[in-house]
Design a protein around this ligand. Structure first.
Ligand code: F6P
Length: 361
């Protein structure tokens, strides 16, 4: 009987529990293996006593497929290779993780994570000779090698619904509504939702923009007979001259925010229209997963366990060309995947007359 570990790492999103469920169903029902859920990501294997729970079929008799978040937890107190200690110093604790894996006598580890987690976990697994299979998840959809990561379409649905709700209030008050959305340095959420939610402007970090072009777009919309406009801006966008809008720090990591407020002031001054800002924040991460995310999570979970069974390790499951497949981790761990500035979505947005920034030089 093989012993399989599964953990969630990095920011949560909708569909994580659905992946854990699919992994457990496949491993227990089809192969008769034991599955161990590691609590709080890498922390569960680094701390002593080890923190984990054996996952059995009973646990999934309730609502797991539908529940947002991750019931295993995903706490990040720092990079295990450079772990922050209470006295302010840093220590390499990577061997604690490897030792934890060995103490639990696991045969392989399924890591559900985004691009950052995939990189750190693959380094940890290489160090310990641990067989790893990755499952991509992130609302940002910026993982290389896969068309979709778990959690993305749910987040796009949330943003689209926000635009649906902002539209009538914008119309009632003749206002420009600015919606700041997540995505880190990528504009996947922003452009997908801007198209689906009928926005007039979609600003993404991958393309420079001009404030006067935004003002012209709003004037055009008003000339066409509308009394309001909707703007979606990705949190990773900078001010017009390329400086960060505001940068806060949390757990030593760079955080975003503030670009919506910046645009609001500028646009109000340039167009004499009233502006209002909504920052959606972590609302985009919670809630029940979309149908698409449930399907993806289920397909990924089953495929990941099959890969372990076949000894196909050091790879990440992926969705490409209408099906589930897998790619080597080296091809994934090369940093975040940006939105293609000449891709279909930018073309569709431009085709609809949405201002998505200036063409690249
Ligand atoms: O990567 C997912 C994400 O939600 C980003 O879109 C966002 O910038 C970041 O995580 C927020 O991180 P935290 O949960 O640490 O505030």
């Amino acid at each position: 009987v093989r012993r399989l570990g599964v953990l969630t790492s990095g920011g949560d999103c909708a569909g994580l529990n659905a992946v854990i469920r699919a992994v457990t169903y496949r491993a227990v029902r089809s192969y008769g293996w034991k599955v161990f859920g590691i609590i709080d990501g890498t922390m569960g294997l680094m701390e002593r006593p080890l923190r984990y729970r054996e996952l059995d079929l009973d646990m999934f008799s309730g609502n797991m497929l539908r529940e947002g978040g991750t019931f295993l937890g995903t706490v990040n107190r720092g990079d295990p290779f450079n772990y922050p200690m209470p006295d302010g110093s840093h220590k390499d604790r990577s061997l604690d993780f490897v030792d934890g894996f060995n103490k639990l006598a696991l045969d392989a580890l399924i890591v559900i994570g985004g691009d950052g987690s995939m990189k750190i976990l693959s380094q940890l697994c290489d160090l310990g000779g641990i067989g790893m299979v990755g499952v991509p998840k992130t609302i940002d959809n910026d993982v290389h090698g896969t068309d979709f990561a778990v959690g993305f379409t749910t987040a796009v649905n949330v943003v689209t619904e926000a635009l649906d709700r902002l539209h009538p209030t914008a119309a009632s008050h003749h206002r420009v509504m600015i919606l700041e959305v997540m995505g880190r340095d990528a504009g996947h959420i922003a452009v997908n939702a801007a198209i689906s939610g009928g926005a007039d402007v979609a600003l993404v970090p991958e393309l420079p923009y001009r404030l006067d072009s935004i003002a012209r777009k709003i004037e055009e919309v008003i000339r066409e007979g509308r009394n309001h406009a909707l703007i979606v801006v990705a949190e990773g966008c900078k001010t017009e001259d390329g400086t960060p809008a505001t940068v806060a720090h949390s757990h030593g990591q760079m955080r975003y925010g503030g670009i919506g407020a910046y645009l609001s002031d500028k646009i109000a001054a340039m167009t004499e229209l009233e502006t209002r800002v909504t920052t959606l924040g972590h609302v985009q991460r919670g809630g029940t997963p979309s149908t698409r995310d449930r399907l993806l999570a289920s397909a990924f979970g089953v495929h990941a366990v099959d890969m372990v069974a076949e000894g196909k390790l050091g790879r990440m499951v992926a969705w490409q060309e209408r099906g589930v497949t897998d790619v080597p981790l080296e091809e994934v761990c090369i940093g975040p995947r940006s939105l293609e500035t000449e891709g279909t979505l930018i073309k569709v947005a431009r085709g609809l007359g949405i201002y998505v920034g200036e063409p690249q030089p």
